[in-house]
Design a protein around this ligand. Structure first.
Ligand code: FIX
Ligand code: ZN
Length: 414
C-alpha cells in the first residue's frame, strides 16, 4: 500500500531499519567452539583497543605497566578514567553504555560490578544467543587466520560448528610479510621459495584453495597499508596477481581489500597503535579493469578516500563497497559517507559492518548505525516523496533488507 503522507515515512523507515535482520559482513568474532578466541563480557568490552587508546589520552601510566595488569584491573582503570572522572561522550565510550541499556541494565546506577555480575550469569552459548537476539544480527562473518596457531588447530579438528558464523580466509602475513610467511608455509608442507618461483606460485594457490575450502570462506581478505600498489615489483603485488586473484576466480569468491592501515605508529599501544593514511585509488581502477572476472569487496580507512571510492564503484560493477571502517565508524562520518554513497551508488552497497572484536559490541555498533542510516534514508525517501513518488512499505523493506545484507549475498552469488 502506498505511503500517502510524508510524515508517515519516518515511522516506516525507522521501523524497517530497526527490525531488519542483519548480515554483519566483517567482524573479529568467533563461534562458541573457537573457545577463548571469542571475546565477550564487561571487562573485554571496557578493554577494547579503541578505549585503551582513549584511556591513554588522560593517563601517564607506562604502557608496559598497563598491559601487565589483569583484564579486570585494566577495565577498572578505564572505567575510572573515561566514565567516572569524565563523561563518556566518545563513540566507543557511549557504546559501552548502549550495551548495558539494550541488555536492560540500569545505566544510571553506574554499578560496574552489577553489570559484570549480570553478564557473567550467562554461559557463552546463552550470551551469543542473547546478543544476536538483541542486536538482530542473523549472520556473523568472521575473520579467520590460518597463521594463528590456536585458530589453525581448531580448523584442523572441529572446524566451525555454528552456521550463524561464516568463515573468511584472512591472509595478511602472506601478502604483507611473505619472507616470514614463506618459512611457515614450508613447515606446513607447501613447497614455496623466497624468490616465488613458478612452483611456489602453484603451491601458494594450493594453500589458498585448501584453506578457503576448509573454512567454506565467503571471501578472501587482507588489510593493506595506504602505500598498497598493484602492479609493482614486489612479492605482494605478484602474489595478488599470480595467486590470490586466480584462486578467487576459480572459487568464485571476492577478494576483500581493507585499505589504509598504518600498522603500529605507536607500537607500545599494541592493537591500539594502528593509524590511518590516504591510499591511491588507482590501484582499484587497475584491479577492477584488468580483472573483470574477479569480484572486489572494498572498504577504505581514510575519510579522504570515501568519495573517490564511491565514484570508482560507479565505474566497475565488480567493485562492492562496504562499511564505515574503524576511525570512520562515528555518527558524523557514517552520516556523511552514507549520504554520499546513496547519492552516487543508489542502494548498491553495504552501508555498515561492525568490525566487532567483542561479542557485546554487536549491540551498540548496530544500534548506533541503524539510527544514523535510518535518518539518512528517511531524508532520501522524503526527497523522492517531494517529486510525487509514493513508495510502499514493502518497497522500503526490500531496500533496507538489500542494504543490510541482501546486496552482499547477491554480490557473492554473482
Ligand atoms: O584489519 C582489520 O580487520 C581491522 O579491522 C582491525 O585490525 C582493527 O584492529 C579493528 O578491529 C578495527 O575496528
Ligand atoms: Zn577488522
Amino acid at each position: 500500500m502506498q505511503i500517502t503522507k510524508v510524515d508517515q515515512l519516518r515511522d516506516v523507515v525507522q521501523r524497517q531499519v530497526r527490525d531488519v535482520e542483519i548480515t554483519d559482513v566483517h567482524t573479529h568474532l568467533y563461534a562458541e567452539n573457537f573457545g577463548d578466541l571469542l571475546l565477550w563480557g564487561v571487562d573485554e568490552l571496557l578493554t577494547y583497543h579503541y578505549l585503551i587508546a582513549e584511556f591513554f589520552r588522560y593517563s601517564d601510566m607506562e604502557y608496559e605497566a598497563f598491559f601487565q595488569l589483569t583484564k579486570k584491573e585494566q577495565a577498572d582503570r578505564i572505567w575510572q578514567a573515561l566514565f567516572v572522572e569524565r563523561s563518556p561522550v566518545s563513540e566507543a565510550q557511549r557504546g559501552v553504555l548502549t550495551v548495558f541499556k539494550e541488555l536492560g541494565l540500569d545505566v544510571s546506577s553506574r554499578d560496574l560490578n552489577a553489570y559484570r555480575e549480570y553478564v557473567g550469569s550467562f554461559s557463552t552459548a546463552e550470551y551469543i544467543d542473547r546478543v544476536l537476539e538483541v542486536s538482530r544480527v542473523k549472520e556473523v562473518v568472521m575473520t579467520n587466520d590460518p597463521f594463528d596457531d590456536q585458530e589453525r588447530q581448531i580448523w584442523e579438528t572441529a572446524g566451525n560448528k555454528d552456521s550463524r558464523f561464516k568463515g573468511v580466509l584472512r591472509v595478511d602475513p602472506l601478502l604483507n610479510s611473505y619472507p616470514e610467511a614463506c618459512g611457515t608455509l614450508q613447515a606446513w608442507g607447501y613447497e614455496v621459495t623466497p624468490d616465488l618461483d613458478t612452483h611456489s606460485v602453484r603451491e601458494i594457490r594450493r594453500f589458498l584453495t585448501e584453506w578457503a575450502q576448509r573454512m567454506d570462506a565467503l571471501y578472501l581478505a587482507v588489510s593493506l597499508p595506504p602505500t598498497f600498489v598493484v602492479p609493482e615489483h614486489s612479492m605482494r603485488s605478484r602474489i595478488v596477481e599470480e595467486c590470490v586473484l586466480p584462486v578467487c576466480r576459480e572459487l568464485n569468491i571476492p577478494f576483500a581489500m581493507m585499505i589504509g592501515v598504518k600498522k603500529r605508529v605507536n607500537y607500545k599501544l599494541e592493537l591500539a597503535g594502528d593509524s590511518v593514511g590516504k591510499a591511491d585509488i588507482r590501484v582499484l581502477e587497475y584491479l577492477c579493469s584488468t580483472y573483470p572476472d574477479n569480484k572486489f569487496l572494498v572498504t577504505m580507512l581514510a575519510r579522504e578516500n570515501q568519495h573517490e571510492l564511491a565514484v570508482t564503484a560507479r565505474k566497475f560493477r565488480n567493485l562492492f563497497v562496504f562499511g564505515c571502517w574503524w576511525f570512520l565508524n562515528n555518527p558524523s562520518i557514517i552520516e556523511e559517507t552514507t549520504r554520499v554513497r546513496l547519492e552516487l551508488l543508489g542502494l548498491s552497497f553495504a552501508p555498515q559492518h561492525s568490525d566487532a572484536r567483542v561479542l557485546d559490541q554487536l549491540v551498540y555498533k548496530w544500534n548506533h548505525s541503524r539510527s544514523i542510516i535510518a535518518d539518512v534514508l528517511t531524508e532520501k525517501y522524503t526527497d523522492l516523496f517531494q517529486t510525487g513518488w509514493r513508495p510502499t512499505e514493502a518497497e522500503i523493506r526490500r531496500d533496507v533488507e538489500a542494504l543490510f545484507g541482501g546486496n552482499f549475498w547477491t554480490f557473492l552469488r554473482k
